[in-house]
Design a protein around this ligand. Structure first.
Ligand SMILES: N[C@@H](CCC(=O)N[C@@H](CS)C(=O)NCC(=O)O)C(=O)O
Length: 211
């Protein structure tokens, strides 16, 4: 059976497990990284030279890392024409949103993780959170416009385009202090939150909102 190496609460692991949940594909997840360690294990580094999470490993020994690449691969393999749009332009459009999310939404998440949870308390800065929220909000302005006339990023149905942004948006919704309003993003989040795979892999596996 396919293996996914990575602790269940890592944002990049969550992308892949949510995707697999939507695809209905069975897999075994191995707790790795974070408190479980193993990142520098030589056998693990041979699968993933970055020592990061997640890593996909198939029965014939094929391995793949980088959560966006893993998500694209899984959608193309198991859901061509649905989760992975079949036309060249449709697929490029979905990939655009996936790359955009990693480059433009993920930064707020890193700042939040550091300043809500990871840094010693005397190094946490509310100003850093405010600045990350301002930058994030400008990005959500863009998503809000796109989602004004379609329920999902690429049209009427969930596709791989929604996976990276959708998984981070749970943190945006639940962790952001004084979160600016983006009504179309909020409606999209409610649609995602109604999906059993999102509930199981995104909502249930994320840390609770910071105190
Ligand atoms: N660009 C990589 C980032 C991978 C990454 O940094 N993953 C985090 C977890 S979400 C990690 O490995 N952190 C170290 C750890 O948890 O031990 C991807 O998208 O797969």
């Amino acid at each position: 059976m396919m293996k996914i190496w990575g602790r269940a609460d890592g944002s990049n692991v969550i992308k892949v497990t949510w995707c697999l949940g939507e695809l209905g594909v069975e897999y075994e997840r191995i707790d790795w990284g974070g408190p479980f360690g193993g990142n520098d294990d030589p056998e693990y580094r041979a699968k993933n030279p970055m020592g990061r999470l997640p890593t996909l490993e198939e029965d014939d020994g094929f391995t793949l890392w980088e959560s966006g690449a893993v998500t694209r691969y899984l959608c193309a393999k198991y859901s061509m024409g649905n989760m992975c749009p079949e036309s060249l332009r449709g697929r490029a459009e979905a990939e655009k949103w996936m790359d955009w999310s990693s480059l433009n939404l993920a930064p707020f998440n890193s700042v939040y993780l550091d300043h809500f949870f990871r840094l010693p308390e005397d190094q946490r800065s509310p100003d850093a959170i405010t600045a990350a929220t301002e930058r994030g909000s400008a990005m959500y302005d863009i998503l809000d416009k796109v989602l004004a006339n379609r329920p999902y990023l690429c049209g009427d149905n969930l596709t791989m385009a929604d996976i990276p942004s959708g998984s981070l948006t749970h943190r945006w919704m639940k962790w952001t202090p004084n979160r600016p309003s983006h009504p179309n993003v909020e409606a999209w989040y409610e649609r995602l939150a109604a999906r059993p795979a999102y509930q199981e892999h995104v909502i249930a596996k994320n840390r609770a909102a910071p105190a």
